[in-house]
Write a protein of this length. Sequence first.
Length: 291
Amino acid sequence: MYDITPGLRERTFDTGEVQLHLIEAGPATGNPVLLLHGFPEFWFGWRSQIAPLAQAGYRVVVPDQRGYNLSEKPAAVSAYSIQHLVGDAVAIIEEAGGAVDLIGHDWGAAVAWHVAMRFPEKVRKLVILNVPHPAAMQAALRSSWKQRLRSGYILFFQIPWLPERLLGMNRAAGLMRLLKSSSRAGSFPGETLDLYRQAWLQPGAIAGMLAWYRAALRFSRQTFLGQRIAAPTLILWGEKDVALGCEMARMSLEWCDDGRLIGFPTASHWVQHDESEVVNQHLLQFLGGVP
């Protein structure tokens, strides 16, 4: 579906539950950095971050998460509960050496928060892009009608088969519109969207992607809401996010023992695309540059 850029390595990784498609870059002996994408992206969503991290000496590991692109796509919604998603990340971390610098965006950030809560020994440093700590999200949904309205699409995604049909029809035109309408102009150029479309049209991919949202409501008791984050944490937040309010970024700091928030006033939810160079500078500074 695409040519792997020179310097990137591609392989399949068995978590013990599913087969995941992995991209790696950088020296095999470098300190590992795990990048977790969200909806509706795939590993290519980190394209602007992979090379700078690899060139700084890190071993960069970027999976297609379960249900996405070339990774396995279980049919059962229960296979997408947070425990399974965390298990995938932990399996990668253990193979990488037992502890990583963990970076997540959107749903990948949700998984990253949970990994850092449940397995603090496996996270050296944590970087979160545009998703709040689960406890902050829950508090905002309880107290803010505005945030409930912003999150209303999650209820639409619970409907059987209809969201898949609407998002996937006309070669995933609905997903195309979603990205374009919620991002800064130019952040998703045509050639990038062509690759995204190929990932979305993989058999079972749209259903797998939506299963994350369905499992989040059906199996919410399996979430781990109230635990603090021990790892040093950097939160990068595009303040023009149409779905998630900035106040939740500030609330998330209350759950971090050592947290820092950097806002991007003109960036959208897709901050690593909108402000890739500045985001990369913050990542390298926070992680410590060359290990």
